[in-house]
Design a protein around this ligand. Structure first.
Ligand SMILES: Cc1ncc(COP(=O)(O)O)c(C=O)c1O
Length: 438
């Protein structure tokens, strides 16, 4: 095929199909050329409004000028020494800052690695070293990454576990309570008691891990009573409570960390995504006595806490504070909820938006048939994401049943841009529903 400016995407798509395995699912058949704040331009010059933020990575927007300046300045000095060989101040400063802001009392320590899944792996290793136990309890619908332990902890089989053989042992799942689906907190806490009687001695459990708002699972908010119940049970049995803030962290929910809404103090917290504004970095922060359990050399990695990523993250923390992004997240959340409610009340869309959920700017709408929570409509979610992409809106779905649309727009986006995106979304939703009726 001769490549012209009009078919660059198509030509790249053909190359990607030939060069990259299908296991890497790619949502849009278009290729990015440039991005700024909450807008992306593809290789054919088409503009997109970004409601996905690189899957929760860009709370401070694409290439925030302060993040860009910090990384550029670091690049003038050095890009890598390996922290285990010759350390640098940016890493230590960032660790000190995270130690200060995680909502846990007493001395804290932080180690940096590279991806969310790697943070999870390390959190589990640290909890095991601290307790001398091996068991880990997670939740149905949870997502903790694609490494072996991350995959084992993830509470969804398709597509994450299919074909990948035996999972690491000593991992248990509890049902995640969702009132909208008729599953209450007491049922989960009862299931835990049954688990401790029927399946595993609590004295064998090293850690319990939970997302304060399930991300990939469908933006289901963990209720305060659940988080408090887990805290109590962890205290009772000497279990390490790990809070996975990989998707919820860094102002997304209207607070620096979503766990702050519950008042619960985690023992260990995992962070990634918006920590470094588009640069690969993840962190494990926890109580010092727990974090110090593994011996020297037991933790680390060649690229963990890369100097460019640490420079970016130090700038991200400044931007969140200077631009008051926690308060902005609440405003954005309200704007989305109002716009979604208008769609929910539109005559031609009656019964389609079953539930609207929001914690700050972590907003989702659940698509169903006939207003029935038990009739998920993943086909509509799929069609909507596709149609939105064609009309210049990058949208994400999620959910164990594939029927949730989630909104992760950068917190630096203007109201005008969000409204423009929501106009496109409304148009697409009406068209998808009309197409189906035709
Ligand atoms: C809550 C949570 N934990 C862990 C991960 C894994 O992060 P990564 O994809 O960077 O390995 C994700 C990714 O979506 C996540 O949302």
């Amino acid at each position: 095929m001769s490549v012209t400016s009009a078919n660059k995407n198509q030509a790249l798509q053909a190359r990607r199909e030939a060069a990259v395995p299908r296991g890497l699912g790619i949502q849009m058949p278009v290729f990015a050329a440039k991005a700024e704040n909450a807008e992306i331009t593809d290789v054919e010059g088409k503009r997109y409004i970004d409601f996905a933020g690189g899957i929760a990575v860009l709370n401070t927007g694409h290439l925030h000028p302060k993040v860009k300046a910090a990384v550029t300045a670091q690049l003038e000095n050095f890009s890598h020494t390996c922290i285990q060989v010759m350390p640098y101040e940016g890493y230590i400063r960032l660790a000190e800052r995270l130690n200060d802001i995680v909502p846990t009392r007493g001395p804290r320590k932080t180690i940096f690695v590279t991806t969310g899944a790697e943070a999870i792996e390390n959190a589990v290793k640290i909890a095991r070293a601290h307790t001398g136990r091996s068991g880990v309890i997670a939740f149905s619908g949870a997502f903790h990454g694609r490494t072996l332990m991350g995959m084992a902890l993830t509470g969804k089989v398709v597509p994450y576990k299919v074909g990948f053989g035996a999972m690491p042992s000593d991992v248990y799942h509890l049902p995640f309570p969702v009132t909208y689906h008729g599953k209450e907190v007491e049922q989960t806490l009862e299931a835990l008691e049954v688990m401790f009687r029927a399946d595993v001695d609590p004295k064998r459990i090293a850690a319990m891990i939970i997302e304060p708002v399930q991300g990939e699972g469908g933006f289901y908010i963990a209720q305060k009573e659940l988080l408090q119940g887990i805290r109590r049970i962890c205290d009772e049995h000497g279990i390490v409570m790990i809070i996975d803030e990989v998707q919820t962290g860094f102002a997304r929910t209207g607070k620096m960390f979503a766990i702050e809404h519950s008042g619960v103090e985690p023992d260990i917290m995992t962070m990634a995504k918006s920590l470094a504004g588009g640069f690969p970095l993840s962190a494990v922060t926890g109580k010092a006595e727990i974090m110090d359990a593994p011996g020297p050399g037991g933790l680390g990695g060649t690229y963990g806490g890369n100097p460019l990523s640490c420079a970016a993250a130090n700038a991200v923390l400044d931007v969140i504070e200077e631009e008051n992004l926690c308060a902005r997240a609440d405003e954005i959340g309200e704007l989305f909820v109002n716009r979604i409610k208008q769609l929910q009340d539109t005559n031609s869309l009656k019964g389609i938006i079953g539930d609207i959920r929001a914690l700050g700017a972590m907003v989702a709408m659940e698509l169903v048939s006939g207003g029935n929570a038990d009739s998920p409509d993943p086909d509509l979610a799929k069609a909507l994401v596709k149609r939105a992409g064609e009309k210049g809106l990058v949208l994400l779905s999620c959910g164990v049943r594939g029927n949730v649309i989630r909104f992760l727009v950068p917190l630096t986006a203007s109201d005008a841009l969000i409204n423009e995106g929501m106009d496109i979304l409304g148009e697409c939703l009406r068209e998808c529903v009309a197409d189906r009726a035709a």
